[in-house]
Design a protein around this ligand. Structure first.
Ligand code: RAM
Length: 527
């Protein structure tokens, strides 16, 4: 995917009010909770933390917060102890002479300490700088309760006094984070693992999912704070293994189904505030993953009525996708409908894209059979053609690997072909063994989203030890680098990597990274 925005203003969307009313009816109640900071910290250079900065204890005690009057350029950092999603308030007082000038204050909210060290004025990435969680506020009269109206995603809050006056100082007391989520921990399926490392990986995954569960499955509560289809598919799978909020999945399915283009194409993401609006951005496989999400839902909670209701949306999308194949069954990619696979663009994605269609087409056929679609044979034939092309033209017998583009052999092609089960189980095992032998260690993969698929393919191919090892190396490394929740992007070889040109707008609680929970439940726990 190129680093550019898609702008398709001319596109017309259909709004299906019946489906959107059902999306509304499945809107979950959000629960709120109040949290207090656990300590005051300094942010210091520390190589063991992401970006080279970590929290360190301070001489200041949180219980004495109001005893620390602050003046021009003073800063203080509150540490809430773990990741929070919610609103922030604090009481402001003043000390010294009468208040002869307004207070000018900057507040910064950070999920990771390195965000506090980055200066927003230096930011020149391609995503809006307005995502940086920072407020500049004037207060004319003190004392006052500063109640910020926006929702933030953070563990740390930095209070920086830009100015008071030489005659008086500001004091702070009663900071509170009022968190919000639709994840209900009382419904959480408990998990006790013998391996403490895996237990930690599991628990951080649950926290990541919970903090992204709002009135839709958000991709990240810091950014983009909206419903993306590729993220939804993985969140829904993890949700079935944990909180099991079926209403939230249904709501998200109805939102996508209720707002397709006139030809039936499904957006990559939708906005729900202030009203439901589909984005004019499209990713090749994200559109398709609507079908997967419905298929997975029906597997977790069989619901024939829902399948019947949403099948026409699946069918239109599948038909749009199948038109992108030539008569031999080869996918002809369209750069205006990019195959995503991962944020990295350092590898060819065509074979992975072909495999993703096989993966989804099989699920689609299962849905078609369930509702008794008379066209099912047509789709079976397409599956044979597309799978046949993959086996005959893309698989190199000698290497035991799939090729892509100009004679390129990459991990993504193998992984998606294995996940699509285009080959036999025995062959899948060989392909992943060859992948480990010839293509590992993993390089130039930038997201937990793609690492998820690599680990899953290893499990599917029966390489359990390799799967566990990669999961520990990758998600374990995020924990080692200070993660309370998993990140949107992480390349262990380039920890400062950002798809957007600066880590200050990266999201450090990102739903598509919560999947070790699902993988552990599915492949390591025989319940
Ligand atoms: C980003 C978001 C989202 C992801 C897309 C492809 O904008 O982080 O989670 O699905 O990229």
């Amino acid at each position: 995917m190129s680093f550019s925005f898609q702008i398709n203003n001319e596109l017309k969307f259909r709004y299906d009010e019946v489906l959107l009313a059902k999306a509304e009816a499945n809107r979950p109640q959000l629960a709120t909770e109040e949290h207090k900071p656990v300590r005051i910290v300094e942010i210091e250079e520390n190589d063991t933390w992401l970006g080279g900065y970590g929290p360190a204890g301070s001489d200041k005690k949180i219980e004495n917060l109001s005893d620390y009057p602050m003046k021009r350029d003073d800063t203080l950092i509150l540490d809430f102890g773990t990741h929070m999603v919610g609103k922030f308030r604090i009481r402001l007082g003043h000390k010294g002479s009468p208040m002869d000038a307004p207070l000018f204050l900057r507040l910064k909210f950070a999920e990771m300490p390195c965000e506090l060290k980055a200066e927003s004025s230096d930011y020149d990435g391609w995503l809006s700088s307005s995502w940086i969680q920072e407020e500049f506020i004037h207060v004319d009269e003190l004392p006052a309760d500063l109640v910020l109206s926006r929702r933030y995603s953070f563990r740390y809050v930095e209070l920086k006094v830009i100015d008071t006056s030489p005659k008086w100082q500001v004091t702070f007391s009663e900071p509170v984070a009022e968190t919000v989520s639709s994840a209900d921990y009382s419904t959480l399926k408990p998990m006790k693992l013998d391996d403490p490392e895996l237990q930690k990986i599991y628990d951080v995954g649950v926290k990541t999912l919970a903090d992204c569960m709002q009135d839709v499955f958000e991709d990240g509560p810091k950014r983009d704070r909206r419903l993306w289809l590729g993220d939804l598919r993985l969140q829904a799978l993890t949700n079935y293994a944990t909180f099991d909020r079926t209403d939230l999945v249904k709501r998200c399915l109805y939102l996508f189904a209720g707002m397709t283009t006139e030809e039936g194409k499904i957006s990559a993401n939708v906005f729900v505030k202030p009203e439901n609006v589909p984005d004019d951005t499209f990713l090749f496989e994200y559109s398709l993953f609507f079908i997967s999400t419905l298929y997975d839902y029906n597997k977790a909670h069989p619901d024939h009525e829902l399948v019947k209701e949403l099948y026409p949306v699946c069918k239109e999308q599948m038909d749009i996708t199948l038109k992108m194949f030539d008569e031999n069954g080869r996918l002809i990619p369209d750069e205006n409908y990019p195959i995503f696979v991962d944020w990295s663009n350092e590898f060819n994605k065509e074979t992975a894209g072909q495999a993703e269609v096989i993966y989804v087409l099989k699920q689609f056929i299962a849905l078609a059979r369930e509702i008794g679609d008379a066209d099912v044979q047509k789709y079976e034939d397409m599956l044979d053609l597309i799978s046949g092309y993959a086996k005959e033209h893309l698989f190199n017998q000698e290497k035991g690997l799939f090729v892509t583009g100009e004679n390129e052999y990459n991990i993504a092609s193998q992984v998606w072909m294995v996940l699509s089960h285009v080959m036999s189980d025995e062959m899948n095992r060989k392909i992943m063994e060859n992948t480990v032998k010839d293509l590992f260690p993993v390089r130039n993969i930038a997201t937990p989203y793609m690492y998820h698929h690599i680990v899953e393919a290893l499990f599917e191919a029966g390489l359990r030890d390799e799967a566990v090892c990669l999961m520990k190396d990758y998600w374990g490394k995020m924990i080692f680098l200070g993660a309370d929740t998993y990140w949107e992007a992480f390349d262990p070889e380039k920890p400062d990597y950002s798809p957007y040109g600066s880590p200050i707008v990266n999201s450090y609680c990102h739903a598509w990274s919560c999947t070790p929970v699902y993988l552990i439940r599915k492949y390591l726990c025989v319940e």
